[in-house]
Design a protein. Structure first.
Length: 189
């Protein structure tokens, strides 16, 4: 025989204290993650992927299926694109989802561009990012810090953008270098 759980009255002051502690600890944890990220970005070997594949026949890149003509697509909720662990915001869902295209660029240039972008993001969160990577080199780094990632491979950013709008609710796609707007969502897409 089991008893019904005892209902306890929780004081409003206790709830306020827990909310305040949650906010303070979230900010401190984000600061620690940000410092760790800066140390990692200072390493010239950060994007050195040393993977040995057998020399043989390779499989062709997969054809990504279209999700636009599916009848259930309109009812699907977008996937979560979080802030990453290097920053904290009280209302992260209120921030827009912005794609960042990481092309096949010089790795030192990629490190410095990521450092600039993520430092600004840490200081004042302004978006939830989906990193659209042309190569696999930045994927492990970005994944360690909790960012949403899409490996594009040979798909052009403009071809991938409408699909990412449906998948993540992405509002625009910008280039990592220079922050040039490559694609902007419109109501008619």
């Amino acid at each position: 025989m089991t008893r019904a759980p005892i209902k306890e009255n929780i004081a409003p002051s206790m709830i306020r204290r827990l909310a305040r502690d949650n906010q303070e600890m979230g900010k401190r944890l984000a600061q620690l993650e940000f410092r760790e990220m800066l140390v990692e970005l200072s390493s010239p070997e950060l994007f050195d992927l040393n993977i040995d594949f057998d020399s043989g026949t390779y499989v062709a890149p997969p054809m990504i299926p279209s999700i636009f003509n599916e009848p259930d697509t309109a009812r699907l909720k977008p996937l979560n694109a979080g802030l990453g662990r290097i920053t904290w915001a009280g209302e992260p869902d209120a921030l827009p989802v912005v794609g960042v295209f990481c092309g096949d660029i010089d790795l030192d240039h990629m490190r410095s561009s990521l450092k600039q972008l993520l430092t600004a993001h840490h200081q004042a969160p302004f978006a939830r990012f989906v990193f659209c990577c042309a190569t696999l080199r930045p994927v492990p780094f970005l994944g360690r810090y909790g960012f949403a990632i899409e490996h594009l491979g040979s798909t052009t950013p403009l071809d991938a953008a409408p699909r990412l709008k449906v998948r993540f609710g992405m509002t625009q796609l910008r280039d990592l270098v220079g922050a040039t707007v490559l694609w902007q969502a419109h109501d008619i897409d």
